[in-house]
Design a protein around this ligand. Structure first.
Ligand code: PGA
Length: 250
């Protein structure tokens, strides 16, 4: 099934890098990736304070810039939050929604659905994240959990939006732990995510990424799986060399 889908490799910097550090990083990444035709899409996800500097530094290159989170409201009394319009105004191309670290801090399935909708309405690309905990996996509840999360995340998505929305399968037990899912486990879960999403989106066109302790060493094996169309990279994306190596593995 990997034929028509161009892979996406996205680096989630989390709460790391100032605007100055982001500019240096993007300059280095651009040099590493070169001007030649890449075989995948590449994006970085800086913190909100560095979005504009990152977008400026990436301007005119193949590097896309995504926010890490978005609020569903257009504006108002939401201290600390950022709207889709603000992300557009910063010059970014899209946003993550529903990262497990946000869900752990209280983001609900309903908010994820509303935030996906708000981002798409603003013309942003979306990478929506799903994934089970270790307890859920050990209890045999992974598929049921992913079915619920994917269904909720896509509740307000239209079929014609398949080109601007990707789903990242990120098992919580693999995030930041060094305990990467095996290619087989990741493939099985990504195939399930795709099959559930097929109720809304053309499964042959939908990009499903894997995330969770992706490194230059394990990236190629993961992305060689038929249902894995790229990677959402946390820790290893903080270093431009390591991140470029992962992009080259796609
Ligand atoms: P990690 O993070 O690569 O550091 O495990 C992945 C993520 O949270 O997106």
């Amino acid at each position: 099934m990997s034929g028509p889908r161009r892979p996406l490799v996205a680096g989630n910097w989390k709460m790391n890098k100032t605007g100055v550090e982001a500019r240096e990083y993007v300059a280095r990444l651009r040099a590493l990736l070169g001007d030649g035709e890449l075989s995948c899409d590449v994006a970085v996800c800086p913190p909100a304070t560095a979005l504009e500097a990152t977008a400026r530094a990436a301007s005119g290159s193949a590097v896309r810039v995504l926010a890490q989170a978005v609020h569903e409201a257009e504006k108002g009394a939401h201290t600390g939050e950022v709207s889709a319009g603000m992300i557009v105004g910063a010059g970014a191309d899209g946003t993550l929604v529903g990262h497990s670290e946000r869900r752990a801090a209280g983001e609900t399935d309903d908010q994820v659905a509303a935030r996906v909708r708000a981002a798409l309405d603003a013309g942003l690309q979306v990478v929506v994240c799903v994934g089970e905990s270790l307890e859920q996996r050990e209890a045999g509840e992974t598929e049921r959990w992913l079915t619920g999360q994917v269904g909720a995340a896509l509740a307000q998505v239209r079929a014609d939006e398949v080109g601007v929305l990707s789903i990242a399968y990120e098992p919580i037990w693999a995030i930041g732990t060094g305990r990467t899912a095996t290619p087989e486990i990741a493939q099985e879960a990504c195939a399930h995510v795709r099959s559930v999403a097929a109720a809304t989106l053309d499964p042959a066109a939908l990009r499903v990424l894997y995330g969770g302790s992706v490194t230059p060493d394990n990236a190629a094996g993961l992305m060689a799986q038929p249902d894995i169309d790229g990677a959402l990279v946390g820790g290893a994306s903080l270093d431009a060399e390591a991140f470029a190596a992962i992009a080259r593995a796609a």
